[in-house]
Write a protein that binds this ligand. Sequence first.
Ligand SMILES: Nc1ncnc2c1ncn2[C@@H]1O[C@H](COP(=O)(O)OP(=O)(O)OP(=O)(O)O)[C@@H](O)[C@H]1O
Length: 305
Amino acid sequence: MLLTALSSSLDLLSLETWAPGTARQVLAAEPNDPSASAMAGAPRPVLRLNNVSLTFGGVTALRDIDLDVAEGEIRAVIGPNGAGKSSLLNVVSGLYRPDRGAVWFGDRAFSQVPTAQLAGFGVARTFQNLALFKGLSVFDNVLMGLAHRVRAGFIRQLVGSPLARRIEAENRAAAAEVIGFLHLKDISDRIAGTLPYGLQKRVELARALVARPKLLLLDEPFAGVTLSEKRELAEHVRNARDRYGATIVLIEHDIGIVMELSDHIAVLDYGRKIADGPPAEIRSNQAVIDAYLGVAHEDETELAS
Ligand SMILES: Nc1ncnc2c1ncn2[C@@H]1O[C@H](COP(=O)(O)OP(=O)(O)OP(=O)(O)O)[C@@H](O)[C@H]1O
C-alpha cells in the first residue's frame, strides 16, 4: 500500500542550556551551530539536529543526522518502516537520549532534551496513538494543553488572587479561540472519547496548539483517519502554521499527503538521512525511490554476502 502511495505521488538532563559564555566557546568549536548562522546573517533555525546518532544494542536507529528546520516551515520526515522516524521525534522531544550529537531549539542546545520543560521552550507534540483524556470534554482536553501554566500559578490560585482568576480567564479564552479556529465549537462540551477518531485527532491538534507553540511536532497525524478527514486535517495543519506562525515537523507514512502539505521533506533510511529538499526534488530522487522500492536494501544484502 505504501508502494502504491509512493508510486502515485512519485510521477539535549543532561540538559545543556549553554550559558552565554559557554555558547561563545561552543560557537568557536562548532562553526555550524545556529548562533553562528545567525551571526552570519542567516535566520536561525527553530530546530537543528547536529550530528545526532542513536543506537539500541546493535541496532543503529539514527546515524549522524543533521537537520535544520526554518521558522514557519512545514517539514516532513519520511522513510520506510524502521527508518528512524519515531526515534528522531523521540530524540527531539527528549524521550530518547542520543549517543552523540545535539538538539538545538533556537539558541539552546541539549545533549538530551528535558521533556518536562518542552512546553516552556515553546515546543508541543502529538502522539501517534491518541493521548487524549477520553473522559473529559473537548474543552477541558484543550485546556490541558495549558496545564504547565496552571501549575505555575497554583499557589496563587489557592488564595484565589485576582491574578489567578486572570490567568484562568486567559487560558479559557485561549482554549475557546483555538476550538473555534479548528471548527470544534459545536462539540466543545462533548466527551472526547465518544467522538469519531478523526475528530479526536483534531482535538489533539487543538490541545497542542493552544499554548501557541513555536515548534509543533506531529507524530503520524493522519494515521487511521479516512481520506476526507486526512484532507481536512492537512488543511487545519497548514492553517495553524499560517495563523499562529508555528513551525511544524511531522512524521507520516502517507506520502501523498506529505507531498501536498510539506515545504521540505527529509528522508531517512536505515537511520541515515538520504535526502532533504522540497517535494518536487524528493519525488524524483533516485535514492528515495530505491529506498522505498527496497533496491537499496537488496544492494546492501548483496554487498554483505
Ligand atoms: N525502544 C527501542 N528499543 C530497541 N530498538 C528500537 C527502539 N526504538 C526503535 N528501535 C529500532 O530502531 C530502528 C528505528 O526504529 P523507528 O521506530 O525509529 O523507525 P520508524 O521509521 O519510526 O519505523 P515505523 O515507520 O515502522 O514506525 C528500528 O530498527 C527499531 O527496531
